[in-house]
Design a protein around this ligand. Structure first.
Ligand code: COA
Length: 418
């Protein structure tokens, strides 16, 4: 495919950190022209955060801003605002994730944007939605995980609320915004008008915690949750408890030790006891008699014995590596997988082949690994490129807007652009 699906779509990427950039990066992979508009003083803060090479943009930045262009400009100066107006008049989408009120303070409120360009789609990420009593708060990843119900339901019952290593607050919110922006693009084809698409991090986390809201209502009604480790002997309180590694649906599961767990923190598999596959599961783990034994043969009978069963499976796993165990269990159709470390994922050949992990060339750095598109299309394969240097495209962008070399030099002299 020569033309990518979003080619011709102009995106002003007025975002920083992770939630906004994750969204606009994916728009860029799918063909949109994404222009990152950054502060002159250092640009997106992630350029400088957690650097592993002293003078090179940090991986935090490069892994969220590939395939974009960069304009470094002080949008608070009159000249900078004029440039923004010109860009907005030509754009299809503007995305921002500044602190609450920052866009208004820059004079880039939704009313002004609509006046300048009624076809503009305006994507906005905040920590909390407009109806929230906390809608003035600045929010980062873990704050959102705590506010959205992920932390209170993650971890073990005898430990504190726990945040996930997955970016449920940041990248997840960006993916929600992406869905909203694409929906608004389709709607604009019909109506000719753009609209504001707002996503809050609390809402996006709660959307992924949907099954826990299911459980809250079940708990309210019957007083217990039979798939949680607290059942039948432990206590249930008023709210959905932390369930450790219990399976969230109707199929019990747990993280089980494999050979080498004493020294390797990731020598584990996730093992699921699938009800309809119990006979084969019992055979797989060398306990075929459990298939018919009334103490084990039904899901109900197994419920109170589930940890005893997991202990028995761990005995079976003791002389098998996690990979050997999965190779055996897959033949018996047991839903399972090894617990993969980041090192193993980085080196995984199949993930490289699929383009899910890609090696990218980056100016000033050499090559680095990033996560490519998890969405696979039959019509095209996103080509993941490097991220722009700060202000790398300033001259091109201003030139295309009609500024001549003298005018650009004057702006540079006054440090309005770099
Ligand atoms: N030129 C001039 N000023 C610029 C600029 C530019 N190109 N780009 C940004 N700024 C200004 C903003 O207008 C703002 O000014 P103001 O405070 O005077 O209004 C200022 O830079 C700082 O903006 P921001 O990055 O939002 O503030 P912060 O660093 O204090 O907060 C966050 C960072 C992430 C906490 C905050 O942006 C936030 O809560 N965002 C919403 C939720 C979110 O996306 N969180 C991060 C998820 S990864």
């Amino acid at each position: 495919m020569t033309e990518l699906p979003l080619s011709g779509i102009k995106v002003i990427d007025f975002t920083g950190v992770q939630a906004g950039p994750a969204c606009t990066q994916m728009l860029a992979w799918f063909g949109a022209d994404v222009l990152k508009v950054e502060r002159t003083a250092g640009g997106d803060v992630t350029r400088n955060q957690l650097r592993d090479i002293p003078d090179a943009d940090a991986l935090y930045f490069t892994m969220l801003n590939s395939n974009k262009r960069s304009l470094a400009i002080n949008t608070k100066s009159p000249e900078g605002r004029e440039v923004m107006e010109k860009l907005i008049r030509e754009a299809d989408i503007l995305v921002e994730n500044f602190a609450p009120g920052a866009m208004d303070r820059m004079g880039l409120d939704w009313e002004t944007l609509q006046e300048w360009n009624p076809r503009l789609i305006f994507g906005s990420v905040k920590g909390f939605n407009e109806d929230s009593p906390w809608n003035d708060l600045k929010v980062y990843e873990n704050v959102a995980q705590c506010a959205g119900g992920a932390a209170s339901t993650t971890g073990f019952w005898d430990g504190p609320p726990t945040v996930s290593g997955a970016a449920l607050g940041d990248s997840n919110t960006g993916m929600h915004l992406l869905i909203g922006l694409l929906t608004a693009l389709i709607d604009r084809d019909r109506t000719g008008r753009g609209q504001k698409v707002a996503v809050s991090m609390q809402d996006a986390v709660l959307n992924l915690s949907r099954v826990k809201l299911r459980d809250q209502q079940r708990l309210d009604r019957v007083g217990y949750l039979e798939e949680y480790p607290q059942y039948p002997n432990g206590e249930f309180g008023q709210a959905v408890p932390r369930g450790g590694n219990a399976g969230g649906g109707g199929q019990p599961g747990w993280v089980l030790k494999c050979k080498g767990w004493e020294t390797d923190p990731n020598a584990y598999i996730y093992f699921t006891v699938q009800e309809q596959n119990w006979k084969r599961t019992a055979e797989a783990i060398g306990r075929p008699e459990w298939a018919e034994d009334p103490d084990y043969s039904t899901a109900k009978a197994r419920q109170s014995r589930i940890f005893e069963i997991f202990e028995e499976i761990e005995k079976w796993l003791a002389d098998k590596t996690k990979y050997e165990a999965v190779d055996i269990l897959r033949k018996w159709e047991v839903p399972c997988a090894p617990v993969m470390s980041m090192k193993e994922l980085a080196e995984d050949e199949a993930l490289r082949r699929s383009g899910t992990v890609v090696e990218v060339e980056q100016k000033g750095r050499g090559t680095y690994l990033t996560v490519g598109s998890p969405i696979k299309f039959s019509g095209f394969k996103p080509d993941i490129k490097g991220a722009p240097l700060l202000g790398e495209h300033t001259d091109d962008v201003l030139g295309a807007l009609g500024y001549d070399a003298g005018a650009i030099a004057a702006m540079r002299e006054k440090q309005i652009v770099i």
